[in-house]
Design a binder for this molecule. Structure first.
Ligand code: ADP
Length: 331
């Protein structure tokens, strides 16, 4: 069945009778609620596969969602660079002979942007496929790293194939990503989501919640048009009980390499993400400038931080990723 708010483990609105309630959709408080019809007709009770999924995910220590209100703000870029950075973390300067030492954190990257999967290209894995083994779907491995990746892009036969999915199909696929993929024990699973708050967000929240969601990283540009959608995203997290690790302002300005002048290309007319975070009492994780080398390395499927370790933008990334690690690892 198509997932709806009624599948969420913790429906929150103050006067909502709860989607699993017999009164769901029929109580006074339901009048005018956009989910009224869904609640009225949806089968009551949780998905029967939830215990199996929870068991399957129990070996994954931290599950981090990367969210944005709008598309094109750099969410997949942040997801991929965070995954690269985590997977190479402890091998950096550890004295190991090569990067594929098995000592560093084990990292997974799950792309649930089903209609626009860009992760295979950004991770340099375009054309790779997923194999079924007797332990489940085998995620695609990044060479020389403790990093495995899953995306619907790996299931497509051609790169330009158009995928038209309706809600129930998306839910079914996301369920397979969390139930059937053999992630193995992981320190971090980074989940790149589509923009906004849609079926995919409800599905992934439903499936991850019983095993615990560590938190969400929210990505925005400084523009009000992006920030206004991020406020909705923050409300979504609060409503469904996802801890917010913080907000990253991406494409925060452009510094000319020749003259050093900074141009605010996406003008922060309402004060940018930092001010919004202060107003909403959410952590501001940092501001990443527009840097052509990010776009270039992503198109080439490379880790920007690894390729350009000394660039000021790489330093910003490092400091943001270190903050995320310290937040999730804190006792
Ligand atoms: P989203 O996942 O939010 O749709 P993407 O991560 O695909 O957005 O980013 C959109 C485009 O912007 C991509 O071409 C990406 O390479 C580029 N990009 C993202 N962040 C930056 C940045 N800080 N500087 C320059 N280009 C960027």
């Amino acid at each position: 069945p198509r997932l709806s708010m009624s599948d969420l483990p913790q429906p929150a609105p103050e006067h909502c009778p709860g989607p699993a309630s017999e009164q769901a959709g029929n109580a006074d408080a339901c009048a005018g609620c956009p989910n009224q019809n869904v609640c009225k007709t949806a089968p009551k009770g949780p998905d029967p596969d939830l215990p199996q999924i929870m068991e399957h995910l129990s070996e994954i220590k931290h599950k981090i969602l990367v969210l944005s209100g709008k598309g094109g703000v750099g969410k997949s870029t942040i997801s991929s660079q965070l995954a690269f950075a985590l997977a190479t973390k402890e091998s950096e300067g550890s004295g190991a002979d090569d990067a594929d030492d098995q000592g560093g954190p084990q990292v997974g990257l799950l792309d649930i942007d089903i209609c626009g999967p860009s992760i295979p290209r950004i991770m340099g894995l375009e054309g790779r496929g997923v194999h079924q083994t007797n332990t489940g779907w085998e995620p695609v491995q990044v060479e020389d790293m403790n990093l495995s990746v899953m995306s619907v892009g790996f299931l497509m036969t051609t790169v330009d194939e158009a995928v038209i999915w309706r809600g129930p199909n998306k839910n079914g696929l996301i369920k397979q990503f969390v139930r059937d993929v053999d992630w193995g024990p992981l320190d971090y699973l980074i989940i790149d989501t589509p923009p906004g708050t849609s079926d995919e967000h409800l599905s992934i929240t439903t499936y991850l919640k019983p095993a615990g969601i560590t938190g969400a990283v929210i990505v925005t540009t400084p523009q009000e048009v992006s920030l206004s959608d991020v406020r909705k995203e923050i409300n979504f997290c609060k409503k469904v009980g996802i801890p917010i690790l913080g907000v990253i302002e991406n494409m925060s300005g452009f510094v000319c390499r020749k003259c050093g002048t900074e141009t605010k290309i996406f003008f922060p007319s309402t004060g940018g993400a930092k001010k919004m975070c202060e107003e909403l009492n959410v952590r501001f994780l940092g501001a990443v400038p527009i840097d052509p080398l990010i776009a270039r390395n992503c198109d080439e499927g490379k880790s920007f931080v690894k390729q350009c370790p000394d660039s000021p933008t790489a330093q910003v990334y490092k400091s943001i990723f270190d903050t995320i690690v310290s937040l999730v690892e804190k006792p």
